[in-house]
Each structure stands twice: as C-alpha cells, then as structure tokens.
Design a protein around this ligand. Structure first.
Ligand code: KMH
Ligand code: ZN
Length: 271
C-alpha cells in the first residue's frame, strides 16, 4: 500500500477558544502547532489565519508570517486555505495565493455549512483554479458532497487543472455528505484512475473515518479545524497528539508514514 500522507489542519476558521483553550491564533502559535504536528508525522499542514482576537482572516501578510515561521523550522508541505470563512468574498479568499504556496485547497461546489452557506458558484471555482494554475499552486479538491467531484473533473476537462489529482473528502459537516463507510466507498469509486484521496471526518467522525482510510489505502487529515476531542468528552492536548495516534495506528497495520518529500512525490509536487 502507498505510504500514508497525514495532513494536520491545525487551526481552521470556525473553532475558537470557547471550544478549546489551546486553539492557536497568532502566527507564532499557529507555527508552533504546525511544527509539532510535523514532528509527530504530518507531511502537509493545512493552514488558515487568524487575527490576534481569533477572527478568521485571509490577509496575505498574516499568512506570509505564518508560512515564514513554519518554513524556518521544517519542510512540511504548506497548503493554504482558499475556503477562508463563510461570508468572505472571493477576492479575500484568494489573497494567500499571491504567496505562491506549494498547495491550496479548492472547493468545487456550494454546500450548506451548519447555519451558513459555503458559496462556490462555477465562475468563482474557475477563477480560483485559473489563479492556482497561473501561480503554479497545486490544488487539493475539497469535497463536501459527491457532486463536487464532478465539479473538479469539469475543471480538468477545461484544462484548468493538470497533472496529478488529489481529493480531500470532508465528511460530516452539517449540510454536507454524512460520514459513513458507504458514503466513503461511494466517493472513492467516483475518482479517476491514479487520483489520491484523503479523508477529513468532522467531530466524532474524525477517528473512525481515518481508520477506514488507513485500511482502504487512502490518506488522513486530522486536527483542530475538524475536531478538538481526543475521545468523547476529552479535549485533545494538541494537534500533534491527534497526529501521533494516526501514526501509531498506521504502524500497527504495517503502513509507513510519508515524509514531506515522499508526499510531494506521491502528489506530483516538484521537490
Ligand atoms: N472554513 C470553511 C468555510 C478550506 O479550507 O478550503 C471552508 C474551509 C475549506 O475550511
Ligand atoms: Zn480549511
């Protein structure tokens, strides 16, 4: 089986210190969580940015500081969010692409997101894809429901995304696809040959979805963005603690964990 690529989504846009007192807000705090997650075995760090009071921001300069701080300390693949937070404009959401990160997320359709709407109409999705292509940023397709795979493949047919295709199935968002094994198998079956996939189970679904991905040959995303608990009623100490558990489980079933450079090779990212 392919080596396991672990993504740590260390901060997100929605979760606050009301949910977990150790949610990182400042660039220094976010970088610390990211580096600890890398030390634990994460090859990809999925990044969001915050203002010092915790408000989500897509400010290019805040991302630049976070990226510089992480880069100084490790070789993880840094993947910026272009999802940002509900209600942000496409221009705001695209701002971190100016930094030409190795990777960025690309959601290929609109989905209800709790009480809000994560709005991704076709013209916006195409604009994001064009911008990523022009800047040499590898997209990771964020798939919140099955129709979004078709949205991603439409970009490929239009030549807006070329090369290796990598998908992240975000499962269990209220309004998106429920986190069930049947749904995961169905999602995987829709992918074209050669594509890779990871799963991000939300809340209590994080661990069971990760375990299914491990045995199915997929990859795994964990972290505070999607889940702040280690067990029912027990907060995780850190993002690293969530990564460490996945590393242990992978080793128990004989799956090796990919380094960032091995992940680059698997995902078609130039070294
Ligand atoms: N915060 C969500 C509305 C992404 O990073 O690309 C969108 C999100 C997806 O987190
Ligand atoms: Zn995100």
């Amino acid at each position: 089986m392919e080596k396991l690529v672990i993504t740590a989504a260390v901060v997100g846009a929605e979760v606050t210190r009301a949910h977990h007192p150790r949610i990182p807000y400042t660039p220094e705090e976010i970088a610390d969580e990211a580096v600890r997650a890398w030390e634990a075995g994460a090859a990809i760090i999925h990044l969001h940015a915050r203002r010092p009071d915790g408000t989500p921001t897509q400010d290019r300069d805040v991302y630049a500081e976070i990226i510089a701080r992480i880069r100084a300390r490790c070789d993880a693949i840094l993947q910026v969010s272009t999802g940002g937070a509900i209600g942000m404009t496409p221009e705001e959401r695209m701002a971190p692409l100016e930094l030409q990160p190795e990777m960025a997320t690309l959601t290929t359709g609109t989905v209800n997101f709790g009480d809000g709407v994560f709005f991704n109409p076709p013209d916006v999705v195409e604009r994001f894809a064009r911008e990523m292509k022009a800047r040499g940023v590898r997209p990771e397709f964020e798939i919140f429901d099955v129709g979004m795979i078709e949205g991603a493949l439409a970009l490929v047919r239009k030549g807006l995304v070329e090369g290796h295709l990598h998908f992240d199935f975000v499962m269990g968002v209220p309004g998106g696809i429920p986190a069930t094994v049947d749904n995961l198998v169905h999602l995987v079956r829709q992918l074209p040959p050669g594509a890779t996939w990871t799963v991000a189970g939300v809340g209590r679904h994080q661990l069971p979805m990760a375990v299914h991905a491990l045995v199915m040959g997929g990859h795994v995303r964990v972290g505070f963005e999607d889940n702040v608990y280690y067990a029912k009623g027990v907060l995780a100490e850190s993002n690293a603690q969530l990564v460490e558990r996945i590393v242990r489980l992978a080793r128990e079933i004989g799956r090796e964990v990919a380094t960032p450079d091995e992940a680059r090779a698997l995902l078609g990212i130039p070294q």
